[in-house]
Design a binder for this molecule. Structure first.
Ligand code: PMP
Length: 287
C-alpha cells in the first residue's frame, strides 16, 4: 500500500511506529480521527472533516495542537504528493501521549498524525446487511459526538456478528430500539419515493456525507424526512442505502432474508454526490 505520512513537520512514505505502552492513547483509548477521501484529485468536504477532527479532540478533553485550516493545508499537500490518479483515504488523528491520575488524558500531551494512503472505492455492486444485537451507546454513556476510536470496538463487534452470518454489514439500533446507523455509515431508506433517515439524537455520527446527501436530494426536489425509525421500517422499504465518506452512497441489496433492488433513488443520490465532488477538485483531472 502506497501512502504518505506526516509527523512533527516531516513527510515520509514509510509508516512510523508512533506509540507504546506508556501512551494514554494506547493504554486507555484517547484517540480521535477523521476520514476524508481524495478521488483522483476531488476532495469533497475536506474543510468539514478537518473541523470535525478538531471538535472530536475537544469532546475527548484533548487540546488540539493544529487548527482545522492547518490540517486542511497538510491534507492538500499530501494529496498533491500522491498525484492526480490516486484514490485515497485521508486520516488525520489526535492522540494523547500521557495520562493523569485517575485515567484522564493529559490535554497538553496531544499529538497529531496524518496518514494518506491508497484505498480503492468499493464498487457499485451493493451490499448485504442484517440487524445486529448490539446497540449504539447514548451520549451520556460514551463520547458519541466525537469520531473517537474508543467507539469502534462496538461497531466492530456488530460488523463481525453480521460477517459471521454471511452479511457485509450490520444495522445497529439506538438505546430506544430505533434505527441508528450501519456499523460505520449512516442509513437511509426509501418508501413510496420519500427518503427516511433517523433524526439526529446523539446516538449515531451525523455524517458529513449524510448531511451533504440530504441537501443534494432536497435540492433535487426529493423529499427527505428525518424521524425516529423503528427497525420494522426496513422490512418493507423499497430501497435501503448507506452514506459515508468511505463508500459515499452504496445500495443495500439484501437486508436479512430479503433481496432489494439497487433502486433509482440511491442511484440518483450517488449521481448527485459524484457531481458535487467535481466542485471539490484540487488537482486537475488527468487527461
Ligand atoms: N457513522 C459512523 C459510526 C462512521 O464511522 C461514519 C464514517 N465516518 C459515518 C457514520 C459516516 O460519516 P461521514 O459521512 O462523515 O464519513
Amino acid at each position: 500500500m502506497a501512502g504518505v505520512f506526516w509527523n512533527d513537520g516531516v513527510w515520509t512514505t514509510e509508516e512510523q511506529k508512533l506509540t507504546g505502552p506508556m501512551d494514554h492513547a494506547f493504554w486507555l483509548g484517547s484517540t480521535v480521527f477523521d476520514g476524508a477521501r481524495s478521488i483522483k484529485g476531488m476532495v469533497p468536504d475536506l474543510d468539514l472533516h478537518c473541523a470535525r477532527v478538531v471538535r472530536s479532540a475537544a469532546a475527548m478533553q484533548m487540546r488540539a495542537t493544529l487548527a482545522a485550516e492547518e490540517i486542511e493545508a497538510l491534507c492538500r499537500e499530501g494529496v498533491r504528493r500522491m498525484g492526480p490518479e490516486a484514490v485515497l483515504y485521508i486520516r488525520p488523528m489526535f492522540f494523547a501521549r500521557r495520562g493523569m491520575v485517575p485515567v484522564r488524558p493529559d490535554p497538553d500531551s496531544t499529538t497529531f498524525t496524518l496518514a494518506i494512503y491508497d484505498a480503492p472505492m468499493p464498487g457499485n455492486a451493493g451490499f448485504s446487511a442484517v440487524l445486529a444485537p448490539f446497540r449504539r451507546p447514548a451520549p451520556d454513556m460514551a463520547p458519541t459526538d466525537a469520531k473517537a476510536s474508543c467507539l469502534y470496538p462496538n461497531s466492530g463487534r456488530a460488523a463481525t456478528w453480521a460477517f459471521e452470518r454471511g452479511y457485509d454489514n450490520a444495522v445497529v439500533l439506538d438505546i430506544e430500539g430505533n434505527i441508528a446507523e450501519f456499523a460505520s455509515a449512516n442509513l437511509m431508506l426509501v418508501k413510496d419515493g420519500v427518503v427516511y433517515t433517523p433524526s439526529v439524537n446523539g446516538a449515531f455520527l451525523n455524517g458529513i456525507t449524510r448531511q451533504r446527501v440530504i441537501g443534494l436530494l432536497r435540492g433535487a426536489g426529493i423529499e427527505v424526512r428525518e424521524e425516529k425509525l423503528a427497525p420494522e421500517r426496513l422490512d418493507d422499504a423499497d430501497e435501503i442505502f448507506s452514506t459515508g465518506n468511505y463508500g459515499k452512497v452504496q445500495a443495500c441489496t439484501r437486508y436479512g432474508a430479503r433481496n432489494l433492488n439497487a433502486g433509482p433513488v440511491a442511484a440518483e443520490a450517488r449521481r448527485l454526490y459524484m457531481a458535487f465532488c467535481e466542485q471539490s477538485r484540487i488537482l486537475p483531472a488527468a487527461a
